[in-house]
Design a protein around this ligand. Structure first.
Ligand code: NA7
Length: 536
């Protein structure tokens, strides 16, 4: 290992890759602490996932008063969220407000993709190459590249011949898309499809939904922010945030329904709890009993309740049947919707079963089971190479030229989801092996931002220049992530948590499923002089 005294200082202390909510918070925090920091963002503005996903109906499924930054009491007091579940334009406006208010744009270079990052062991720094061809040197490199930012467009024969227009929900044109009078097709019924379909249906002449797998969705019951509730939260926002950090998912989920186990109550009471939770909407249903995530029988009872609801909402019995999901609830990330199942009662909406695959795309439209569905516009709501996609997209090389992609050929390996052995001074925000997408993301992003910032201050104060996860800490961490996941039902089907949606991707569950113990572990590691990391 290099001796700190012989190491020359690179011009930058830190490069932060990405200017979504993670990158913005990281850049702000480090600048405040006096580090020389530069952010790089491939988009033309801040916002990350909320910059790219401008599709109609895009909306957050965490409550707005919680899905927001807490680093500034003035900011959280001043900002007024219009709706309980904010729509994409409001969230993007919030991101832009934060960028302006805290002077972040001057610290970030936009329209610039980081293509390569190579560790220079002799100088203990990273050389970072940009799409402009420029190479910069930095002591630390922080990947704030997002969990859902590497979009997937499936390879379907004939797309190049399609005579109409096509779009991906995660690369939506800024000027929007006019569906009026058009025959529209949507491929995909995950969260993006489920949010977009009711909005497109209301405008399009005809909408064909190509469904490979039916998905569970719960009414969000979104509404305008209740001023009384907002005032109550703002009366002690820091206390609210602090309490939420100690809760599962780092979120105040309305648990007033209580949390017995599913079969501890009578059938009547069970039904009544489900009904109340359904009426309440949002995440009340999955949390109406405390064992839906861990007991197959409990999960099956709740799943059947949702299937029954679909049967009640959708008038055509054949369509209703096709819309009823068969997999374990939650194993594909459940969706919150506004009028999704109701859309299928419209005359202009048709559900097309493509569970046997899409034959091809022709000049005219999409062909399934020999029949062509003529379209003017085709929308791919087909998801992402989640969690690792945005990291593997960059040519990252650590000690001895080791490529991150090669190290992770059998699945990602990290310590705390913050670092990976062999890649000194490289941090990830919400990386694989951290709770990431199974939490309320902005607060848990801030936990990572604060941890990394504290760590860099510690190194600076101690005149140290290098930190690296130890392999002997990484191995048990990977094992812990795996065993925790096995206690849940979330790995039980083909989903993007395990990478099953990406052809050839190794199937590894990459999320640490217990936020509360995760946070405690991070604090313990820091308090024990960064146990599990080698500092030099
Ligand atoms: P998801 O949840 O990955 O959904 C993608 C959807 O696209 C899903 O229904 C897929 O079916 C479908 N899909 C993917 N490829 C194909 C092909 N080739 N043919 C037919 N259907 C296909 O992505 P989203 O963008 O909706 O949501 C991602 C997350 O973003 C979400 O969980 C929220 O956290 C926000 P499948 O189920 O694989 O059979």
């Amino acid at each position: 290992m290099s001796n700190a005294s012989t190491v020359s200082s690179p011009p930058l202390d830190v490069i932060v890759v990405g200017a979504g909510f993670a990158g913005m918070a990281m850049v702000r925090k480090l600048a405040e602490l006096g580090f020389t920091v530069r952010g790089f963002e491939r988009g033309s503005d801040v916002g990350g996932t909320w910059y790219w996903n401008r599709y109609p109906g895009a909306r957050c499924d965490a409550p707005s008063l919680q899905y927001s930054y807490q680093f500034s009491e003035d900011l959280q007091q001043d900002w007024h969220w219009q709706e309980n579940y904010a729509a994409q334009p409001e969230i993007l406006a919030y991101a832009r407000h934060v960028a302006d208010r805290f002077g972040l744009r001057q610290l970030i270079t936009f329209n610039t993709t980081v293509t390569q990052a190579v560790f220079d062991a002799a100088n203990v720094c990273w050389s970072v190459t940009l799409s402009s061809g420029e190479t910069l040197f930095t002591r630390y490199c922080i990947m704030a590249t997002g969990n859902l930012s590497d979009r997937l467009t499936p390879t379907i024969e004939g797309l190049a011949q399609f005579a109409g227009q096509w779009f991906h929900t995660a690369a939506w044109p800024v000027e929007g898309v006019d569906f009026a009078g058009k025959r529209v097709g949507v491929i995909g019924t995950g969260s993006s499809g489920i949010q977009a379909i009711p909005v497109i249906a209301a405008v399009a002449d005809q909408l064909s939904v190509f469904q490979r797998t039916a998905q569970y969705s719960i009414p969000a019951r979104n509404s305008r922010t209740d001023p009384t509730y907002e005032a109550q939260i703002k009366a002690d926002y820091p206390g609210f945030r602090r309490r939420n950090y100690g809760k599962p998912l780092a979120m105040d989920i309305n648990l007033k329904l209580g949390t017995p186990k599913t079969f501890e109550v009578s059938e009547d009471e069970r039904r009544e709890r489900y009904e109340r939770a359904w009426t309440e909407g949002g995440l009340a249903l999955p949390f109406s009993f405390r064992d839906a995530a861990t007991s197959l029988e409990a999960n099956a009872a709740m799943s059947q309740f949702i299937r029954d609801k679909i049967g009640q909402v959708v008038r055509d019995p054949a369509t209703a049947e096709l819309l009823k999901p068969k997999h374990v609830f939650g194993c594909k990330r459940p969706c919150l919707d506004t009028g999704y199942f109701e859309s299928y009662n419209r005359q202009n909406v048709a559900l097309v079963d493509c569970s046997g695959g899409i034959d091809c795309i022709t000049a005219e439209g999409v062909q399934v089971a020999g029949r062509v569905y003529p379209l003017d516009i085709l929308v791919f709501a087909t998801g992402f190479d989640a969690i690792t996609g945005s990291l593997n997209r960059i040519d990252i090389r650590g000690c001895d030229g080791l490529r991150l992609k090669d190290k992770w050929a059998d699945g990602p390996r990290t310590y705390l989801g913050l670092q990976t052995a062999g890649f000194p001074n490289l941090f990830m925000i919400s990386g694989p092996g951290s709770p990431s997408v199974l939490t309320n993301m902005i607060p848990t992003i801030e936990q990572h931002v604060n941890w990394i910032a504290d760590c860099l201050v510690h190194l600076r104060t101690a005149h140290l220049t290098r930190i690296e996860a130890r392999p002997e800490a990484e191995d048990p961490w990977v094992e812990t992530v795996r065993t925790l996941a096995e206690r849940t039902l979330w790995g039980a089907c083909d989903n993007w948590y395990v990478g099953a949606n990406v052809p050839g991707k190794p199937r590894v569950f990459t999320i640490y499923v217990d936020w509360v113990s995760y946070r405690e572990k991070c604090e313990a590691v820091a308090s024990r002089a960064y146990e599990g990391f080698a500092l030099a």
